[in-house]
Design a protein around this ligand. Structure first.
Ligand SMILES: [Zn+2]
Length: 359
């Protein structure tokens, strides 16, 4: 839990993942045979196969099967686009921010002008005595919202520059003894599961690569370079499943439940879960008594990994995450544990899912 809190509280907006990625690097380094960072900022760690099935390459050489796990370290956030004469900040979204969730949020502006410094601010609500009656009914688009740092204008202009990054400030906490709340379980939950699974992995039958990827939230831009280098045979992205056991979801829209086990993606907007992988994941869960549920999701790193090089069998798993892309994302600790257990047991089943003539 300490590591989950530490990962969640570190800023890491898409393209500016450094602080959060440093934590992932140190944790993965301690439990891998080799680790490196690529030019985009992806952290790539590997634990080599101790034994297991070998594959013959076209040139006759042999190698272990390569399994890739990927979870994205980046979170959605904002960038300063304008500083007005009174010191109020306008901003652009980085990733899929929903303006309905932004008003009255606390933020941290990462000022770079004089020196690196973190300035606290709020996204201002329009007070009830201002504006028109229609304003009280409508959602203000991001272009109309502003950040108030409550500092004299001159101080803001000295500290903040157009292009400075803004993170939502909500910190990790427990809602009760089973459920935790945070602003970025999409996908720090995934990175946490990735790290914990690598720690529990001993003598795998396949080479297991763990990537803490960047820039997923802005269109899966980070993982392709890592996947190109690894050229995996099998890949599992780890990302939030969609729990819809809430009043906003109609009964026919309901799939995963919070606390019902890890979600296994059958299909999402960009990937059709490979049937062999799905069978392998289901049977691993059944063999080890791991709770799982079937999920239909949005889009993840799996979409880009599956079509690199010769192609990889791919899908996504992950703890259901309620209220994704808000600052009150909820995860159940049992679902997180189920995800870690599936990731740490699957490598020894993975070799069996490939056809015998796989090259
Ligand atoms: Zn995600």
């Amino acid at each position: 839990m300490d590591l989950l809190a530490k990962l969640c509280n570190a800023p890491g907006v898409s393209g500016f993942e450094g602080e959060a990625q440093d934590i992932a690097y140190e944790e993965l380094k301690a439990c891998s045979d080799k680790i490196w960072k690529d030019r985009l900022g992806n952290v790539i760690a590997v634990k080599y196969a101790a034994s297991g099935r070998r594959i013959q390459e076209a040139d006759g050489s042999e190698r272990a099967i390569r399994l890739l796990y990927s979870a994205h370290i980046d979170e959605i956030g904002m960038m300063v686009s304008h500083i007005d004469d009174e010191g109020f900040l306008r901003f652009r979204a980085i990733g899929g921010l929903d303006p309905r969730t932004l008003v009255s949020e606390r933020v941290v502006v990462h000022g770079t002008r004089a020196k690196p410094q973190k300035l606290k601010g709020v996204i201002a609500p329009q007070s009830g005595w201002l504006g028109s009656p229609e304003d009280r009914q409508r959602v203000f688009p991001i272009s109309e919202l502003y950040i108030d740092l409550a500092l004299p204008s001159a101080e803001v202009h000295e500290a903040v520059e157009v292009g400075d990054v803004i993170t939502l400030a909500a910190e990790f906490s427990s809602l009760n003894d089973r459920v935790v709340v945070g602003r970025n379980f999409d996908d720090r939950m995934g990175v946490y599961c990735l790290i914990e699974a690598m720690k529990r992995l001993h003598d795998p039958q396949v080479d297991v690569y763990a990537v803490s990827s960047v820039q997923e939230e802005v269109g899966v831009r980070g993982i392709p370079t890592a996947a190109n280098v690894i050229a995996p045979d099998i890949a599992v992205a780890i990302d939030g499943s969609l729990p819809s056991d809430t009043p906003y979801a109609r009964s026919e829209e309901r799939q995963c439940k919070l606390g019902g086990g890890t979600g296994i993606y059958l299909m999402d907007n960009r990937t059709i879960g490979n049937p062999q992988i799905l069978r392998g994941l289901f049977s691993t869960c059944e063999k080890h008594g791991i709770a799982y549920q079937r999920n239909l999701g949005g889009g993840t790193d799996a979409s880009e990994i599956q079509r690199r090089g010769l192609g990889a069998l791919a899908t996504t798993i992950g703890a259901p995450t309620r209220y994704m892309h808000s600052t009150v994302q909820l995860c159940h600790l049992d679902d997180i544990e189920a995800t870690i257990r599936l990731l740490s047991t699957f490598p020894n089943e993975a070799a069996n899912i490939l056809p015998s003539d796989w090259i």
